[in-house]
Each structure stands twice: as structure tokens, then as C-alpha cells.
Design a protein. Structure first.
Length: 452
């Protein structure tokens, strides 16, 4: 019996969805630890500057890797080793070109702003000054992560995350206890902790650096044609999340302190999204493989099961978040934000409801990408993004309300679900009720398994 139980346990641990979820959980724990250490180690305004810097960095990372990441996952999901090297090398080549273009633009912008002595939020200055370095330093490990996603090698993704995020957390612990370095030094160490895993990925030939010479004109054109829409989709998705922070940072009234406050419930919402991120990582290559074999019924089945299962999973999580909003935001923000607890709890409750909408929205998008309709996903996200930005501007500059910013996000996510489902329904002829019936079947299978 013990051997049987060990065998079952081992099978569960190494199941791809479980490995993906474990990777996301550990990454989220490390991210949460660094966030909490920074809220306690920096003053509110400096913490707001850090949030603005990292938000902008994440957005531009989406721009760079959006052009190649989804394409690399799709084209490497069912190819032989030689083809894998061609696409991996092509992805790295495109990535290094983008680093050069973005770096030139940002460096010129920084010199222009500093020369004119233009008054600008310090978070924006940190981004203009240091992102070109970060873009070069994180290229290799991000490219390797996309390739491992295609090949469902989640142990390798986990190792890379521990290298980058784990080393930064260790520094922050030491900094809070002993060193007391300020924001600029923290940014320097952040750059270094991104450089270390990239060196390792390059040395192991995981990133595509050594395969650039295998890149062809055809593979470059193929990835760019697919990637131009997936890049737009990822940029739009990132803007849906980061536009709130960026626009709050532009406000002379809310400013860096408003950014710092808003970041706390937003971070908690990211934690609610851990299962969603992990399951989308495993679902997309599966859908892509079915699509490449022209098995659209298989794509539909995966869409129903994943979107329904995660929606059911999110409902109790959202209820739990609504009930315990106050202690959650106090735990994350610390005493520095105690005076803002009622405001932060209200925003988090709004985001908890918003999280229930996310699974269907996200899986609709990756289903469109998997069946080679990235342009439809792109159109959906663009509509959501433009509407969200307009709503954010009104909420920040007219209402001057962080709660209004959160409500805008919820409203336009619901609109995005309607648009995305309509697009996908035209391609796959869906039945909406199957999302919930197939999702419920997953939990019935788990229950039956536990009874045995």
C-alpha cells in the first residue's frame, strides 16, 4: 500500500499542471516576500517610485517578449530538435534587435528630459535610466523560459525563477536587517539578480544565443507575422493592468503615494491569479498541439475544462478575500499603511469580484491564439485597453479616486469577455453551458479519486 501511495504521490507531483502550479506558487511567494520587504524597508514615496519603475519595466518586457514568446511556444510545441533551434535562435535575434531599439529611444529620452530639467516623477526617471540595462540582462532567461513553456519543462522554469527572485529576496532580507541601502542601490542589485540567471541560461544554451546563425529569413518572417498580433495582445493585457499605476503616477494629487497605496490590493489580486497563470501556461501548448493537428474539438474540450474549473476555483477564493480584506491588506502593507486600511480593503474587494471574471477572459484569449487567430484576440484586448485608459483618466483626474480606478478595470474586463467569447464562438461554435458543466466534472473526478 505504501508503495502504491508513493507511486500515486510521485505521479501527482510530476504531473504537468501540478508542476506548473508549484512554479507559479513559489514565484508568487518570492514576489510577495520582496514586496513586503520593500514596503517595510522604504518610505511610502520611495516605494511608490519602485512600483512605478517595475510596472513600466514589466510593460516594456511584455512589448519585447510579446513579439516572440507566444510565437516561440506555438512553433516549438510540436517540432523536431533542429526546428526548435531555428525558432529559438530566431527569437533571440529578434529580442536583441528590440533591446537595441528600445534602449536608444529611452536613453535619448532620459538625456533630453534631464537636459531641460523637466519635472517628472522619480519612478519614470528610474525607468528611463535603468531599463536599457535590465532589458539586456533579462533577455536570455526570459527567452529560455518561453522555450521551456513550449516543451512543458517546468522544473527548469522553477530553477530560473529561484535564481532571479530568490537571490533578490535574500538581499532585501539582509538590507532590511543590516545594510539599510536606499532605492538606487536596490535597483542595482535587482539588475544583478536578473543578470545571473541569464548568464546561466546562455551557458547551458537554453536561450538561443548560440543558435542565432540557424535563424532564417522564413523563420523570422513567420515569427514576426504571428508575433505582431500576440505582441499587441500582450501589450494590451499589460496595459489593462499597468495603465492604472502609470496614470495614477501622472497625477499631481495622487502621485507616488497613490501608486504605493494602489499597489497593495493589486498585489493581493495577483496572488489570487496564481492558479490562472499556472494553468494557462499548460493549457496553451496543449491547445496549440491540437490546433496544429486540426483537432478543433480537442481545443474546445480543453477550453471548456480549464475555463470552467478555474472559474469555480476562484469563487470561494474571492469570497474569502472579501471577508478578510482588512487583515490581508494590513499584513501586506504593514504599519506604514495602517491609516489607509479602509480604502485599500475596499479596492481589494472590488478586485476580488474582478478575479472571478478573469478565467473565461484569459482562456478565450489563449484559445484564439492557439487556433492561429491572434488578430482577433488583439482586437478584443485593444478595445478593452483603450476603454480602460479613458476610464482611468476620468477616475484619476476628475474623480481623484483610487476606488473609481478599480471599478473601471472590472467594467471593461466584463466587456472584454463578451467580445472575446463572440470571436471564439464564430470559430469553434461553442456552447456556454459546457464551460461550467465540464469544469464541474473536474471536481467530481477529484472527489471520486479521493474516495478511492
Amino acid at each position: 500500500m505504501n508503495k502504491v501511495m508513493l507511486s500515486v504521490l510521485k505521479k501527482i507531483i510530476y504531473e504537468k499542471n501540478v508542476l506548473s502550479l508549484s512554479t507559479s506558487v513559489i514565484g508568487a511567494i518570492l514576489g510577495l516576500a520582496s514586496f513586503m520587504l520593500l514596503t517595510r524597508g522604504l518610505e511610502k514615496e520611495l516605494f511608490g517610485d519602485w512600483v512605478l519603475f517595475t510596472t513600466l519595466a514589466t510593460f516594456f518586457d511584455q512589448l519585447r517578449f510579446g513579439l516572440t514568446s507566444t510565437a516561440l511556444v506555438r512553433f516549438s510545441s510540436g517540432t523536431d530538435e533542429e526546428q526548435n533551434r531555428i525558432y529559438l535562435g530566431t527569437s533571440f535575434k529578434i529580442g536583441i534587435i528590440l533591446v537595441g531599439i528600445l534602449s536608444a529611444i529611452l536613453i535619448i529620452s532620459y538625456l533630453f528630459i534631464t537636459h531641460l530639467n523637466t519635472k517628472i516623477n522619480n519612478g519614470y526617471l528610474l525607468f528611463l535610466k535603468y531599463y536599457p540595462i535590465l532589458a539586456l540582462f533579462n533577455l536570455s532567461w526570459n527567452n529560455a523560459t518561453s522555450y521551456f513553456q513550449a516543451k512543458q519543462k517546468f522544473k527548469e522554469i522553477l530553477i530560473i525563477k529561484i535564481f532571479s527572485s530568490g537571490s533578490f529576496v535574500l538581499f532585501l532580507i539582509g538590507n532590511n536587517l543590516y545594510f539599510k541601502f536606499q532605492l538606487t542601490t536596490i535597483v542595482f542589485v535587482f539588475l544583478l539578480t536578473n543578470f545571473i540567471p541569464s548568464i546561466w541560461a546562455a551557458a547551458k544554451k537554453w536561450d538561443g544565443l548560440f543558435f542565432i546563425r540557424k535563424s532564417t529569413r522564413y523563420s523570422t518572417k513567420e515569427m514576426l507575422n504571428f508575433g505582431r498580433f500576440s505582441m499587441g495582445t500582450l501589450i494590451g493585457s499589460s496595459l489593462l493592468k499597468s495603465a492604472d499605476t502609470i496614470i495614477i503616477g501622472l497625477s499631481p494629487i495622487l502621485g507616488s503615494i497613490g501608486v504605493a497605496k494602489y499597489a497593495i490590493p493589486l498585489k493581493l489580486t495577483d496572488l489570487l491569479g496564481i492558479p490562472l497563470r499556472s494553468f494557462t501556461i499548460t493549457a496553451f501548448p496543449k491547445m496549440a498541439q491540437k490546433s496544429l493537428k486540426n483537432d478543433l474539438e480537442g481545443v474546445k474540450k480543453i477550453f471548456y475544462e480549464y475555463s470552467g474549473t478555474i472559474t469555480f476555483l476562484f469563487i470561494p477564493m474571492a469570497i474569502f478575500g472579501i471577508i478578510f480584506a482588512e487583515p490581508f491588506v494590513l499584513f501586506l502593507g504593514g504599519n506604514e499603511f495602517r491609516d489607509s486600511i479602509p480604502l485599500l480593503a475596499t479596492i481589494f474587494r472590488i478586485f476580488a469580484l474582478y478575479s472571478i471574471l478573469l478565467p473565461i477572459d484569459r482562456f478565450t484569449g489563449i484559445a484564439l491564439d492557439s487556433i492561429n487567430r491572434p488578430h482577433l484576440n488583439f482586437y478584443k484586448v485593444i478595445v478593452m485597453t483603450l476603454a480602460n485608459i479613458i476610464g482611468d483618466v476620468i477616475a484619476v483626474f476628475f474623480f481623484k479616486s483610487l476606488e473609481a480606478v478599480a471599478l473601471v478595470t472590472v467594467a471593461f474586463t466584463f466587456i472584454g469577455i463578451l467580445i472575446g467569447y463572440q470571436y471564439l464562438n464564430k470559430e469553434l461554435h461553442l456552447k456556454f453551458k459546457f464551460i461550467f458543466s465540464n469544469g464541474w466534472q473536474f471536481f467530481k473526478k477529484i472527489y471520486e479519486f479521493m474516495k478511492v
